[in-house]
Ligand binder design. Structure first.
Ligand SMILES: [Ca+2]
Ligand SMILES: [Ca+2]
Ligand SMILES: [Ca+2]
Ligand SMILES: [Ca+2]
Length: 120
C-alpha cells in the first residue's frame, strides 16, 4: 500500500481509480469494494456476497458472485436441495436428476470410543 497523506482536495487518496466516495477502502489501493460489508474487500474475500458459495464455485456454475440471492437458499434446478448444499455434496445445482445432500455426521460414544457415523 502506498503511503499517502490524507488530503481533502484529493478525491482519490489511494490513487486506485475509485473516488473516495465510491471507495469502500479509500486508504487501500488494493481494495475499493466490499459487496457483503464484512470488512474484507472483494479482491481478498473468497465469498464476496457471503452466501456460502465461494466466488470460484459461483463463476463455475454461472451464478452471480456479487448477489447472494442465487446461492445459499436458492434451488436453481428445483430438486429440493439448495445450490450451496449441492455444490458442497458434489452434485450439479443445475440438474434436477443429479441430486446429493451433504453427508451429515453424528458423533456417538461406544465404550469410551468416539465414533463418527454418517446419517441422512
Ligand atoms: Ca481503495
Ligand atoms: Ca466482503
Ligand atoms: Ca458467494
Ligand atoms: Ca438443487
Amino acid at each position: 500500500m502506498m503511503m499517502v497523506s490524507p488530503d481533502i482536495e484529493d478525491d482519490d487518496i489511494d490513487g486506485d481509480g475509485f473516488s473516495n466516495l465510491n471507495d469502500d477502502f479509500p486508504l487501500d489501493d488494493r481494495e475499493w469494494l466490499d459487496t457483503d460489508g464484512d470488512g474484507v474487500g472483494n479482491n481478498t474475500d473468497t465469498d464476496d456476497d457471503n452466501d456460502g458459495i465461494s466466488d470460484v464455485d459461483e463463476k463455475f456454475w454461472g451464478f452471480n458472485p456479487l448477489d447472494g440471492i442465487d446461492g445459499h437458499d436458492a434451488d436453481a434446478d428445483n430438486d429440493g436441495v439448495s445450490n450451496k448444499d449441492e455444490i458442497d455434496a458434489g452434485s450439479s445445482p443445475l440438474d434436477a436428476d443429479d441430486t446429493k445432500t451433504p453427508t451429515k455426521y453424528a458423533p456417538i460414544m461406544i465404550d469410551d470410543i468416539l465414533i463418527i457415523i454418517p446419517y441422512e
